[in-house]
Each structure stands twice: as structure tokens, then as C-alpha cells.
Design a protein around this ligand. Structure first.
Ligand code: UD1
Ligand code: MG
Length: 528
């Protein structure tokens, strides 16, 4: 929708939000991966205002820092001791006027205050979108209004300010707060959303006349409506049919309700854009996530932050991805990933844990019970089972055997492991970093690789295996194992030891007796 550019947007974020019962200020509580303030800033910015101000007071530094992080161009307006939404806007206008004055002095012009449309919105209306704001602004400008207020009709208006209209004409007379309203006024179901467009001069003219003579002892912004009307200005309302768009959050029940509703809408929009969502009720997609056509999301999938999923990829069931890029055609099954990239046609899971800095190449695999961190795994390379890959660079077409650990930490410092292409790491290796394994090299199963393995070499450092014949028959007589062994060897009664077995046994005894003959770990002195 095309719309005029407003002179300013003011976001009200100075209140505490007592009913949240939280150490975190209300506007910093999040839904769909964004704080409420984040949603308000996004809606406000969508209008492309000349200036945008955020009014702060409660937990001032936290709220201001968050606002500036999301919107470095925002102006921060500090509200003083005087409470109320009217005072909040007055403080904002002061900061905006100062900014206009400074800019015009710089340009050699002579404007010293904001002129034209000032859009005001509360910071706790998360589903308010740019389109609705643009519609409000367009109506305001087209009708030449002094004030245009966004309203809606709700089933239960308790707590909201009620919109008062002239009986015959339906003209807007003003807004009365719930606490100040009489029974007849409380019966009105049309409510003030706390979203408005004001003419700047109308605001300025009204501020001096706002009192605090009301149930809450506050300077009400809502009083500007009646004042503007008495001054002969046009005060009109734009009524939206969908109350959810303007519902405010005052407690955590409303936060969850609106969070679920926002998610329902986000997921529905993606389905209409060509994404298959098997179970919308258990699929959670944050506002900043991007999905391409023919992505499939299976039940229990949560996509957070700036996650992007490319065409034809399948995520789920039961997967949580935060700031992850999933390339086309990849599959992610029952996995948890953060700040990772998953290449085209690659397979992740089930039960994989991808930590920040993981990059899996095209057609690669990170399989069951594998944890990765700061690891680049090349195209067609696979880490299929039960491994930890940390601080590593792996080339292409390389296979990491099951149960391999990249030993990256010496107790003080993290070190890197570099593995070339077409490498075969045997099962149950410990690769002690820093270490480099060249292209085309192999390592033997069970190796602890502490030194570099050259291209094409075999790295192996396991001790030779010793086999002590009849050890179980002699040392574990009467156990099911001994019986099974006897049956397999064809002896019903215990057969005598071979001379070789006797020698082996003697050597083993010399090396130290097993501490407890029933201890199953006793043969460990035989080496692995
Ligand atoms: C306000 C409106 C009410 C409307 C309702 C919609 C007034 C007087 N009342 O009431 O008509 O139906 O919103 O949700 O405006 N804030 C400040 N400074 C303050 C007080 C509040 O910046 O001194 C900010 C809050 O952070 C919040 C917003 O203004 O973002 C609304 O404040 P809140 O206390 O929730 O107002 P309501 O009582 O809900
Ligand atoms: Mg409120």
C-alpha cells in the first residue's frame, strides 16, 4: 500500500508492566522470536517515518539499549516523573522537535519543530502490523483529521479505554478510561487500541491543557481527543474488524495467547506461500524465519531467529533450529541446531546436536548422537554415528568412523584438527588436536592419533592383541560364559590347558593379578 510518509513515529515503552510480575520490563518480553518492542519498531519502521522515537523510563537503560540495537536510528526520549501516556508523548515530542531543530540548523533551514502526522503506538501491541498502521495514516491524511484513533470492538472490554460517540451522528467525542467510566460508558464495547495519528500542532496545543484529575492521577493521552474536538478539529476513528491486531499484552496469559495466535498466522501464511506444514499446532516459526517453496515441516518443529530453509528441504519431526541455514533438499530429523549451515541434500539426525559454527557440505551427513561445534565438514563427507567433532576442518568425501572424538581441549586451550579429502578415520579414534591428517589417509580402528598422518598413510597406534586361550574356562569356571565356551570347544568337562595358553596365563599373572576374580574388567591388563 502506498501511503504518505509520517513526520514521526512514537513508540511508548516507559511503563513497567506490573501485571507481568517480572524482572524484565514488559516490552522486552518476546513472542515469535521478537520482543514486543521489536514488533512495535518493525510496524513503525514500515511507515518509513522521518523520525522514530522510543519513550523510556522503567529499566531505562535496558529498554533503550535494546531499542538502539534493533533500530540504531531511533531517538530515545526519557519520560520524567510525571506519569501517563500523555506525558510520554509530550516528552517524545520535545526530543523530536530538538532533532528537527538540529537538522534544520545543519542544513541552513529554519524549521524548529515537527510538523504534520505523528503516529503514536504503545509498545505492547505485538500483532499490530505495518499495513494496519499505513491504513490508519492514509485515512488520517485523506480526511485531514486532527486525530485518528484505531479502535475495535471486543467481547470483553474490561480495562480498556472506551470510545464515546455522539448518539445520532456517531462522531467520536473522546475516550474514557475504564477506571473513570460510569456504567453506561462501560457497556460500550468499542475500545481505544492505543494507536493513533495526531497532527503535531494539535498535540502541542493540547499538552498544556491535560490534567491529572482522573482515577489514576495520570496525564492521559486519550484526553487529547476531546480537546482537539472542542478546538474544532476532526477526530475520527478507524475501526478494525480483527481485534487481535490491536490486542495489548498486560500479563503472561495474554502473552502466550497472542504468541500462539501470531504463530498460527505466520504458519498459515507460509502454507499459503507453498510450505507443507503437517501439524500447524506443534510447529513454531519465528517472525524473521524465511522458508522457500516446497519446504516440509513435520510435527514438533521449531524454527527460531533468522533460520532460512531452502526449497524442498524437510525439517522434523521434533527439531529445533535457531539461526540455521538449511540448503535445498536437505533433511533434518529430530535434531537441535544453532548458528549452523546444512548443505544441499545433506542429512542430519536423528538425534544430532549442531552447535555454533557448524557447516556441513552438500550431500554430507551428521548422524545419530553426533555433536559438532566450530566444524566445517566438506561436501559428501560423513560423520555418521556417536562422535564429537569440535574445532575441525574436514575435506570432501571423507568418512569419520563411529565413536570418534576430536580431542580439542588440553585443559587450557582449544586446538584445531585438520582432515583432508577422501580420508577414512577408523571407528573409535581419538584425534588429539592440534593434528593434521592428509588427503587419502586412513587410520586404524581404536587409534589415538597424536601425530600428523601424511597423505595416503595409515595411522595406527593400538597395542597388539593378545589372546589367552581358555582363560574364561579357568578363571570364570561355572559361569554361563565358561559353559558356552566349553560347549563351543566341544569339551563337556574342563580340558587341560595347551602349553601356549599356560605360558600366556603365567605372563598375565606376573603382570599383576586381577584384583577381584568376579570383576568383569579384570582382563583389561591384557591390553585393548
Ligand atoms: C491505554 C489507554 C487505553 C487503551 C489501552 C489499550 C491511556 C490513558 N489509556 O491504557 O485507553 O484502551 O492503552 O491497550 O492512554 N506508557 C508510557 N508512559 C507512561 C505510561 C504508559 O510510556 O507513563 C506506555 C506503556 O509502556 C505501554 C503504553 O504506554 O506501552 C500503554 O500503557 P498501559 O499502562 O498499558 O496503558 P493502559 O492502562 O493499558
Ligand atoms: Mg496496556
Amino acid at each position: 500500500m502506498t501511503h504518505p510518509r509520517p513526520a514521526a513515529v512514537v513508540v511508548l515503552a516507559a511503563g513497567e508492566g506490573t501485571r507481568m510480575r517480572s524482572a524484565t520490563p514488559k516490552v522486552l518480553h518476546a513472542l515469535a522470536g521478537r520482543t514486543m518492542l521489536g514488533h512495535a519498531l518493525a510496524a513503525g519502521r514500515a511507515l518509513d517515518p522521518q523520525r522514530l522515537a522510543v519513550v523510556v523510563r522503567h529499566e531505562r537503560d535496558r529498554v533503550a539499549a535494546h531499542a538502539l540495537e534493533l533500530d540504531p536510528q531511533a531517538l530515545i526520549a526519557d519520560q520524567d516523573d510525571v506519569p501517563g501516556t500523555g506525558r510520554a508523548v509530550q516528552c517524545a515530542l520535545g526530543v523530536l522537535d530538538a532533532a528537527v531543530h538540529a537538522a534544520s540548523a545543519h542544513d541552513g533551514h529554519d524549521a524548529d519543530q515537527v510538523e504534520g502526522a505523528v503516529v503514536v503506538l504503545a509498545g505492547d501491541i505485538p500483532l499490530l502490523d505495518g499495513d494496519t498502521l499505513a491504513e490508519l495514516l492514509a485515512a488520517h491524511v485523506a480526511d485531514g483529521n486532527a486525530v485518528t484513533v484505531l479502535t475495535t470492538e471486543v467481547a470483553d472490554p474490561t480495562g480498556y479505554g472506551r470510545v464515546l460517540r455522539e448518539p445520532g451522528t456517531g462522531e467520536v467525542l473522546g475516550v474514557v478510561e475504564h477506571k473513570d467510566a460510569d456504567d453506561e460508558q462501560r457497556a460500550v464495547r468499542e475500545i481505544n487500541s492505543s494507536v493513533y495519528v495526531f497532527d503535531a500542532a494539535v498535540l502541542r496545543g493540547a499538552f498544556g491543557r491535560l490534567g491529572r484529575d482522573n482515577a489514576q492521577g495520570e496525564v492521559y493521552l486519550t484526553d487529547v481527543l476531546a480537546i482537539a474536538r472542542s478546538d474544532g478539529g476532526a477526530v475520527r476513528a478507524l475501526r478494525v474488524d480483527d481485534p487481535v491486531l490491536v490486542e495489548g499484552v498486560n500479563d503472561r496469559v495474554q502473552l502466550a495467547t497472542l504468541g500462539a495466535e501470531m504463530n498460527r498466522r505466520i504458519v498459515a501464511d507460509w502454507m499459503l506461500a507453498g510450505v507443507t506444514v503437517v501439524d500447524p499446532a506443534t510447529t513454531w516459526v519465528d517472525a524473521d524465519v524465511e522458508l522457500e517453496q516446497d519446504v516440509t515441516l513435520l510435527p514438533g518443529t521449531q524454527l527460531h531467529g533468522r533460520t532460512r530453509v531452502a526449497a524442498g528441504a524437510v525439517v522434523g519431526p521434533d527439531s529445533t533450529l535457531t539461526d540455521v541455514v538449511v540448503e535445498a533438499g536437505a533433511h533434518v530429523v529430530r535434531s537441535h541446531a544453532t548458528q549452523a549451515r546444512i548443505g544441499a541434500q545433506a542429512v542430519v539426525g536423528p538425534f544430532s546436536y549442531l552447535r555454533p559454527g557448524t557447516s556441513l557440505g552438500a550431500d554430507g551427513k551428521i548422524g545419530a548422537f553426533v555433536e559438532t561445534k566450530n566444524a566445517t565438514i566438506g561436501d559428501h563427507s560423513k560423520v555418521p554415528h556417536l562422535s564429537y567433532v569440535g574445532d575441525a576442518e574436514i575435506g570432501e568425501h571423507t568418512n569419520i568412523g563411529a565413536a570418534t572424538i576430536f580431542v580439542n581441549y588440553d585443559g587450557v586451550t582449544k586446538h584445531r584438527t585438520t582432515i583432508g579429502s577422501h580420508v577414512r578415520i577408523g571407528s573409535d579414534n581419538a584425534l588429539v588436536a592440534p593434528v593434521t591428517i592428509g588427503d587419502g589417509a586412513y587410520t586404524g580402528a581404536g587409534s589415538v592419533i597424536r601425530r600428523d598422518v601424511h597423505p595416503g598413510a595409515l595411522g595406527i597406534n593400538t597395542a597388539p592383541q593378545r589372546t589367552i586361550d581358555r582363560w574364561v574356562l579357568r578363571r570364570r569356571p561355572g559361569t554361563p560364559s565358561a559353559e558356552a565356551a566349553a560347549a563351543a570347544l566341544g569339551d563337556e568337562d574342563e580340558a587341560p590347558l595347551s602349553p601356549q595358553a599356560r605360558a600366556e596365563l603365567a605372563r598375565a599373572q606376573e603382570a599383576g593379578p586381577p584384583s577381584d576374580p568376579r570383576d568383569p574388567s579384570a582382563p583389561s591388563t591384557e591390553g585393548r
